[in-house]
Design a protein around this ligand. Structure first.
Ligand code: FMN
Length: 161
């Protein structure tokens, strides 16, 4: 087997259509933090666990390690702007943005999302240049709408959405 380069890895993973999330947390000082993430999955029913894989160089990584909690905001099809905003490294991603603290954890829940879940970190596992944050679900919300989908480097909507 030859070495798999970054471009090969990106191309093959891009073929796996993914829902888009914004994972958020809040610092002790009350500052909201977040990033766009597609590396999100359910993990366990009993107890109810999910996981999200986060680049150890990102600002959100340090913030979630410290706060030990996060919210997963599942974006709706009309929220491309939010995905781009939270994929940037700007420091004021929440500037002018409608959001509210989640009732279970205080982590920011963004207005208009398709669904959200609040989690308390139960484990942090090393995974190369990322960490796997395992979260135990504390509160969920599901709304009407269709998802934002990321596929082969671009945003898509479900054909029958
Ligand atoms: C569609 C999409 C999916 C992404 N998925 C992830 C992911 O799963 N994990 C991750 O660490 N970064 C992911 N990123 C990159 C982060 O959003 C990006 O590095 C961000 O600038 C990090 O912000 P921060 O340093 O403020 O935390 C993704 C970006 C895009 C556009």
């Amino acid at each position: 087997m030859g070495d798999i380069g970054k471009a090969d890895f990106r191309n093959v993973m891009g073929s796996f259509a993914a829902g888009v999330t914004v994972v958020t947390t809040v610092t002790d000082a009350g500052v909201p933090v977040g990033l766009t993430a597609t590396a999100f999955s359910s993990l366990s029913f009993e107890p109810p666990l999910c996981l999200v894989c986060i680049d150890s160089r990102s600002a959100s990584h340090a913030a979630i390690l410290a706060s030990r909690k996060f919210a997963v905001n599942m974006l709706a099809s009309q929220q491309v702007e939010l995905s781009n905003r939270f994929a940037s490294r700007s420091e004021d991603k929440f500037e002018g943005l409608a959001h509210a603290p989640g009732e279970a954890t205080g982590c920011p829940i963004l207005e208009g999302v398709l669904a959200s879940m609040e989690c308390v970190v139960s484990d942090v596992l090393a995974g190369g240049d990322h960490s796997i944050f395992v979260g135990e679900l504390r509160r969920v919300a599901v709304h009407v709408g269709s998802p934002l989908v990321y596929f082969r480097g671009g945003y898509r909507e479900l054909a029958d959405g």
